[in-house]
Design a protein. Sequence first.
Length: 218
Amino acid sequence: MGEALDGIDLNGKDVVNLTTSTPVQARQRARWAEGRGARFLDGGIMAVPPMTGRPETGGYIFHSGDAVRFERHREVLEAPAGAESAGADPGRAALHDIALLSAMTGMFAGITHAFALMRPEKDYDRARFATLLAERLGVMSGAAHELAAQLESGDCTEGVTSGLAMMSAANDTLLATARDQSADPRLLTPCMELMRHRAARGHGDEGLAGTAGPLGGE
């Protein structure tokens, strides 16, 4: 984006950035645009190319920054995909984008590992297993609301039925099965190590919300 607009007169212009960035980069870019007399909106695209221009697919774009510009240009912003406001902070769209992509990355890692476990089986019906997997993940997605409630209240033990101590112990079985099935466990082990660390620090009765602390925190 910087290269494309280098040397361009932006005074009085409305600039919308849809390139993927970190929240810090988005805030820096907002200051850069404002310093050149422009008004700035940053965007985070929650859609893949086949979803572009097809409202029925459910794709949308987070926008954050100048709220007046967002409303004024909403019709144009909705041309590629639905437009959702993420607030006045220019970095908030990128933060939403990266947070959701991070969750998807973890989900895809779990899906990939599940298929790796099944791979050696001679009567392995991939299509049937994919259906079972999608159904199970759909059911478990409700955990997002439970974690949100625990983080909001500050009590990571609230309503927990499977604590970190129990899950950490059960992880040994998951790892043993991976070895038996010749599946690389490295898609799972970072999360398992974080769970074990938190439980060892005396928080074994917490749920996964307890691992959502700062880097290097307790």
